[in-house]
Design a protein around this ligand. Structure first.
Ligand code: GTR
Length: 325
């Protein structure tokens, strides 16, 4: 009996010393480079998953569009399970899970606070859970700021969009939005935008200030008009089959890790928006504030009215999340 106990103890020590805990490596794709707020959040998520699963899981992050500079391709890779986890924009994921297209309705949220009140509500959790029929498990939301138009020619008002070509993420609703504002929409992956502006295939695009830095777009599009037409939350999500292979304890560890990265990412985001804005201005970007967004809102009024009924229940929850004045 004593000998058996000694042998078991020796075995436990041997396993511990050899570090023989079976480790599962999962791949996480990120279009932005190292140091970008969402990428830092991916790293934090990887660290916490490793910690909370006692080293059972290691996440290998592929930043800077190493998997693809086109999020549509990344999402397809997650769908088939070649990549298990990714962080993408809800604008891109909406083409795979239609309920997310609600975020592609312009001027949906009044502010970042309004968006976060909603995303952190039970309805925000429900939307993550409702990724399941598309073969995904939603882990958490991140901040993606407000998106505005930028171009290689002066932009001062909505009238300046007319007759010009702007890149959008491959998503029909975003195409319609740009067309409602008087421009032509050219859907393509973020990785193609720089050379498309350079070669004159498009005149500009729309995004948040941090993305103008991370994709170097400020170098080819010097005019940035802050009309803030969209707030597209970022999503961290996982292949469902890979998720289903996790034990309930490990799933809880992944959830806990994801939840804890939200405040981390938001703080990094807020700081980086200020830094990125300073940097593009220093590099000669002309930033035009748009204090009165009425002309932009009017231009998309009809589109919003036509598209909203498909998201009636969600929009009701979004309205209810509006901060009290
Ligand atoms: C960024 C977002 C990326 C990507 C990109 C785009 O704001 O963080 O995930 O979707 O926009 O426009 O393609």
């Amino acid at each position: 009996m004593k000998l058996k106990r000694i042998l078991v103890a020796a075995l436990v020590i041997a396993v511990a010393l050899s570090g023989a805990v079976a480790q599962t490596v999962l791949k996480l794709a990120e279009i932005h480079p190292q140091g970008y707020p969402t990428e830092l959040a991916d790293e934090e998520f990887a660290r916490l998953v490793n910690l909370y699963t006692n080293g059972k899981f290691k996440l290998d992050i592929y930043p800077g569009g190493q998997i693809s500079g086109d999020e549509k391709v990344v999402i397809e890779q997650v769908k088939i399970g070649a990549i298990q986890i990714a962080r993408v924009s809800s604008g891109a994921l909406g083409s795979f899970n239609a309920q997310l297209n609600v975020f592609s309705l312009p001027y949906l949220f009044d502010s970042a606070d309004h968006m976060w009140n909603f995303l952190l509500s039970p309805y925000g959790d429900k939307m993550l859970a409702d990724l399941a029929p598309s073969g995904f498990v939603g882990l958490c939301w991140y901040d993606g700021g407000a998106r505005s138009f930028y171009a290689n020619y002066p932009l001062n008002s909505i009238a300046d969009l007319k007759g010009h070509k702007f890149r959008v993420m491959p998503n029909n609703l975003l195409v319609k939005m740009v067309e409602a504002m008087g421009a032509s929409a050219v859907p393509m992956g973020a990785g193609q935008v720089f050379s498309a502006v350079q070669t004159g295939v498009i005149d500009g695009a729309e995004n948040n200030a941090p993305s103008l830095i991370s994709f170097n777009h400020y170098q080819v599009a010097k005019y940035y008009m802050l009309d803030e037409h969209l707030r597209l939350p970022e999503v961290l999500f996982m292949n469902k089959a890979a998720w289903d292979r996790l034990s309930a304890t490990d799933q809880a560890a992944f959830r806990k890790a994801a939840k804890e990265t939200i405040a981390f990412q938001r703080a990094k985001w807020d700081a980086y928006v200020i830094e990125a804005t300073k940097k593009i201005v220093a590099e000669g970007e002309i930033i035009v504030p748009v204090p009165d967004k009425t002309p932009f809102k009017n231009a998309v009024k009809q589109l919003v009215a036509t598209e909203s009924p498909a998201f009636a229940e969600t929009i009701k929850a979004i309205d209810a999340a509006r901060p009290k004045k």
